[in-house]
Ligand binder design. Sequence first.
Ligand SMILES: Cc1ncc(COP(=O)(O)O)c(C=O)c1O
Length: 395
Amino acid sequence: MDRDSRLVHAGRHPEGHEGAVSPPVYRASTILYPTMAAYEARRDRKYTTYGYGLDGTPTTLALADALAELSGGVRTLIATSGLAAVAQTLTAFLRHGDHLLVADTVYGPTRVFCTEVLARFGVDVTFYDPLVGSDLAGEIRPTTRVVYMESPGSQTFEVQDVPAIAAAARERGALAILDNTWATPLHFRAFEHGVDVEIQALTKFVAGHSDLLLGAVTTRTDELYRTVRDGATMFGDCAAPDVCYQALRGLRTLAVRLRHHEASALRVAEWLARRPEVARVLHPGLPDDPGHAIWKRDFRGASSLFGVVLRTGSDAAVAAMVDHLRLFKIGASFGGFESLVVPARPERTARPWRERGFLLRLHVGLEAVEDLLADLEAGLGRLRAASPGDGGIAP
Ligand SMILES: Cc1ncc(COP(=O)(O)O)c(C=O)c1O
């Protein structure tokens, strides 16, 4: 079945819900059992259905099933946010004395979770150059339990050679975990590229409306799922069924929204790349991007989010541009219908960020692209006017 059709039908069972097209919101903490024996057998139910509210309800399961089918994984765990999905996955698989390899370009709070929380519990954390490819084999130790990837990288959009890195991990007995939020399973098929565990912040493209937080962890095997499930249960974390229902709504239109985001973002990126105020555009869909070849080989499309390195490094000049944009609003996150812009300040240790110009991150929303270009054009005009001497175009 084509992915567009899967998106419409995955996880839906109208016959079980009085014919309702979408599963209703089931709210429950207590689940009742017909017999004492059934009650006592409830613990194992959490792996397949629900035995207590903490395991979710039919609404949670509908979302989890739809996501597992879409990703091509075995099972999906729903977490209360993307960051909760990251934290619960890493804590489920790592223990004191283990070594963890993390791409230098991961989402900032993921990095902090590794250095501040996992390190405190005795996990040895090493950040690796995201462009290392199969050479990562040289960094894998006998104690390396997890190789963590995110592609393209947060803020700077380096594309990782996921198949090569995942193969190197597997050969040495480590798990390959990928944050696939940028591409979604529609544009990057994690399990076909050797990944064991796929993480998504559903907050972004799946939700699509900037009004909820949710995460997902999808696994290649049932055994991996059980490990993540047990770990999550021990945190007492549980996504609310109402929020899962909202995410299911977003999911149904993901393909059409993503197509629009992709086309508009590419047009904005190409337009910016031709501007004299711009030093570099960081978008793997552009043919001269260093990650383009791998992106073209492995991805089925791009999304809305990319970076722009301006020629100026002046905070004041960039503020003159950004503070008065009409359509690009200043705010964290991405994947919603509205365009966003934020200053990006990459923290890197394995692969230092050497660009001197100011780095902006753009999320291109569903507005008409001509309006977005006009907004940016006016902004770049303000940037030039506010740039001391060089008009914002001197390198
Ligand atoms: C790549 C990536 N992963 C995970 C997250 C965390 O998601 P959430 O905001 O739902 O915690 C984010 C948030 O920006 C992200 O960009």
